[in-house]
Design a protein around this ligand. Structure first.
Ligand code: PMP
Length: 416
């Protein structure tokens, strides 16, 4: 039997960490960075790709006829092709560069939603969504008179397909759903969800901000209509991300930014739009960002996204098991498989105090509502502490983190 080389590949953390300059800084020697769900660190190859663009061939794309402008255009479009292949898009015409997940979702809400939705149509989103996948739909509902239906989660942060079946109606135009929850790590069965929605004639937008960085995603196999993700959560620069959509939907949608580059022709009173995907890329794009994101994808491919996923699965299991074993610590989120993020609390201690004390030991975690206030409300907490992992973390960091949580609990115990 032939073994796929990807299957055999293990992640060599030491070698990987050496490629992230931030960990080599003297001040960061003891840093344990456990906040990759918020944003990830950047490898040297990404920083160099961005810097090389500015140093060696900085020019605007698509317009210049001279050498460096052509090179800038080629590299920008090459990044798009790399990303399209990475997510299994049929064509790079389906990959629109935007600022990030938030802008991608807002683009769909305005460009598609305003055009398609009517009064009394329905939009479903889940209770575990990030605010970026809630508020654009609220605003769309206010503009069009459409109604919001909430897909509620259970107390462990799981969504049940039966509940979705009950919510879907002849009026449901759109279902907006996270692939992986940033607050609780819940992994949603997107292919099944898409099947249910499509059987009902409902379009599906998937927020892939927390999935694309960590697991193999094939947008074509999943059958999604719209898919959004951010470059900075997958080793790329900030200010760049992707809206993927099926081509007929992009054709049907209105652009939302009007100006240079998205234009085919301009008359006094009307104008026509450029081809896909440039129809949605009005103004000078984030050229360096796109090139940097292309380099980030190449880095992920070199290590192997399946190998990264396996490594993170080991880390999250270890973290959850150890935290659950600590008396006085409550772990939120579903049992079993989850993305590489764990939310928890220490009874009686505010999450901000936990993150502040951990910071004193060089451990960076996040505390707050994680832009998921609906989920926090269901859990009946104002906030949680959250640790999230990526390919550059290792087991020893998990162990030191859990030890620090345990010591933090003991430190506060005398006042409780
Ligand atoms: N959705 C999810 C699930 C997220 O984790 C985030 C970022 N925390 C966003 C949307 C928003 O991403 P961005 O800020 O990059 O637009």
């Amino acid at each position: 039997m032939q073994i796929n080389s990807e299957e055999k590949k293990a992640v060599d953390i030491r070698e990987i960490r050496e490629r992230f300059p931030i960990f080599a800084q003297r001040e960061n020697r003891d840093l344990i960075y456990l906040d990759s769900a918020a944003t990830t660190q950047k490898p040297d190859s990404v920083i160099k790709a961005v810097s090389r663009y500015y140093r060696e061939y900085n020019a605007n794309t698509h317009r210049g006829t001279y050498r460096i402008a052509e090179k800038a255009t080629v590299e920008y479009e090459r990044a798009r092709k790399t990303i399209a292949r990475f997510i299994g898009a049929v064509s790079e015409r389906q990959v629109v560069f935007v600022r990030g997940t938030t802008e991608a979702i807002n683009t769909v809400a305005v460009g598609w939603g305003d055009r398609v939705l009517k009064a009394d149509d329905e939009i479903i989103f889940s209770e575990l969504e990030h605010h970026s996948n809630i508020v654009p739909w609220q605003m769309l509902a206010q503009r069009t008179g459409a109604r919001i239906r909430l897909w509620e989660m259970d107390k462990e942060g799981r969504l049940h397909l039966d509940a979705l079946r009950n919510l879907l109606s002849t009026r449901t135009r759109l279902l907006a759903i996270a692939h992986v929850s940033n607050a609780l790590g819940t992994v949603n069965p997107i292919a099944e969800i898409v099947q249910l929605a499509h059987d009902n004639g409902t379009r599906v937008l998937v927020d892939g901000a927390q999935s694309v960085p960590h697991q193999q995603v094939d947008v074509t196999a999943l059958g999604v209509d719209f898919f959004a993700f951010s470059g900075h959560k997958m080793l790329g620069p900030t200010g760049i991300g992707v809206l993927y959509a099926r081509e007929e939907l992009l054709d049907e949608m209105n652009p939302v930014q009007f100006g240079g580059d998205m234009i085919e022709s301009v008359q006094v009173l009307t104008s026509t739009w450029n081809d896909l995907p440039w129809k949605f890329e009005g103004g000078t794009p984030n050229i360096a960002g796109a090139i940097g994101l292309g380099a980030a994808v190449e880095f992920l491919q070199e290590i192997g996204i399946d190998a990264i996923h396996r490594h993170e699965t080991g880390l999250i299991r270890r973290a959850v098991e150890q935290l659950q074993a600590l008396p006085g610590v409550r772990v939120f989120g579903p049992p079993g498989d989850r993305g590489p993020a764990v939310s928890f609390e220490i009874t009686g201690i505010h999450p901000h105090d936990i993150s502040t004390l951990l910071d004193q030991r060089g451990i960076a975690i996040r505390s707050g509502h994680h832009c998921a206030q609906l989920a926090m409300k269901k859990l009946e907490v104002p906030a949680t502490a959250r640790a999230s992992f990526y390919l550059y973390n290792d087991e020893s960091e998990i162990d030191r983190f859990v030890k620090a949580v345990s010591e933090t609990r003991d430190y506060f115990a005398k006042w409780l």
